[in-house]
Write a protein that binds this ligand. Structure first.
Ligand code: SF4
Ligand code: SF4
Length: 360
């Protein structure tokens, strides 16, 4: 398996990594652990989990698999989203036990959703607790996972505390995260991308996204993974595997693969931008909104409904990815300022009205 250096940590991580959030039968720990072992045998060496994933069984599943894997052959990652330092510390200790390891290689200050979240984690003691655990050797590297826009992620990275980032990045949402990748490159921090397949949107809309496929790509999924891992700033694409076929497909996407050259990536980006009329590109020029409506987040979620013509994906995008509900749209007073600034001339007010009518 092709590996890349994870920032300046000295660790080399497989370009496809295992996300432990989609085990189909999490109550069956032994059977689920077999999937982890299968991926490990295929060369995947980075395994990501967290408390609460898969009915709170994901860490136990990983731990059951880790017991059967030589410790020097894999890296593990877990997370805590608490701001309180004491609670954060207890969470690290619990994850260590459940994962059956003496050190968690990458520990995430989990889920920065609002621009104020990083300051809150510092104020509450979580960041200090993470750094202390690192000093004691309980964790290898302090990293973070964020759903912020690129600029806000960049500010966190530039502070220099974290050695890695886990962010959502794929062929559909890349305009939202360009600045984050630039900041990561500048600070030499590793980047693991979650949702490289758009949380299922890409395989579910394969016909519409056929143009992603080059002559050497076997499928749209393969092309989407290659788009991700070809970018120098991205260390690894984290795929939530539910079966061995998905592992095989992802592993074969990067086997004997030479990264797309930068011109090809830029051509793909231009094609994607040009192919979706009415898509929000995440540029952020519509902000600030006097009523503090999180316009780019709501419009990005609206992109999902344009793709599969449904509100269900819009709603799940809002709650699962952006951490906001449809009622965030109700704060709009229809002043129209944002539409005057929108680079894509989107009917933002109409879209917000529609979102505001939806029930979570
Ligand atoms: S129209 Fe609504 S969303 Fe746009 S700037 Fe005015 S209040 Fe904000
Ligand atoms: S200006 Fe338009 S395209 Fe850019 S983030 Fe705002 S709504 Fe999206």
């Amino acid at each position: 398996m092709w590996t890349k250096p994870y920032g300046r940590t000295g660790k080399n991580v497989s370009v496809i990594s295992f996300g432990g959030m989609r085990f189909p039968e999490p109550a069956n720990i032994a059977k689920s652990a077999e999937l982890v072992l299968y991926a490990h045998a295929k060369g995947i060496n980075y395994f990501d989990t967290a408390p609460y994933y898969c009915e709170d069984k994901s860490e136990d599943i990983m731990g059951a698999a880790f017991k059967q894997m030589p410790r020097s052959s894999f890296y593990c990652s877990s997370k805590c989203g608490e701001a309180d330092g004491a609670v954060f510390r207890a969470s690290i200790e619990s994850s260590l036990k459940r994962l059956n390891v003496e050190q968690i290689d990458f520990f995430h200050i989990w889920c920065l959703v609002h621009p104020t979240d990083w300051e809150a984690r510092k104020k509450g003691g979580a960041v200090a607790a993470a750094l202390k655990a690192k000093e004691e050797g309980l964790i290898g590297h302090v990293v973070t996972s964020a759903h912020l826009n690129g600029t806000d992620i960049g500010k966190v990275v530039d502070e220099g505390t974290v050695e890695g980032l886990t962010i959502g990045y794929n062929a559909l949402n890349f305009p939202f995260r360009g600045e984050a990748l630039e900041a990561a490159s500048r600070a030499k921090v590793g980047v693991v991308t979650m949702n490289p397949l758009g949380g299922g949107l890409i395989p579910n809309n394969a016909a519409r996204l056929e143009f992603l496929k080059g002559p050497n790509d076997a499928s749209v999924v393969e092309a989407a993974l290659r788009f991700n891992v070809s970018q120098p700033a991205i260390t690894s694409a984290l795929v939530g595997f539910a079966n061995t076929q998905q592992i095989d497909e992802a592993v074969s996407a990067v086997a004997n693969f030479k990264p797309y050259p930068p011109q090809h990536i830029e051509q793909l980006k231009a094609h994607i931008r040009g192919s979706f009329d009415g898509f929000c590109t995440g540029c952020g020029y519509c902000l600030p909104c006097p009523s503090e409506v999180p316009i780019p987040r709501l419009m990005e979620a609206f992109n999902c409904s344009l793709l599969d013509q449904g509100d269900a994906s819009l709603l799940s995008r809002l709650s699962d990815h952006w951490g906001v509900g449809p009622d965030a749209a109700l704060a709009c007073t229809e002043c129209g300022l944002c539409e005057g600034r929108c680079t894509q001339h989107l009917p933002i007010r109409d879209r917000l009205k529609h979102i505001g009518t939806l029930k979570q």
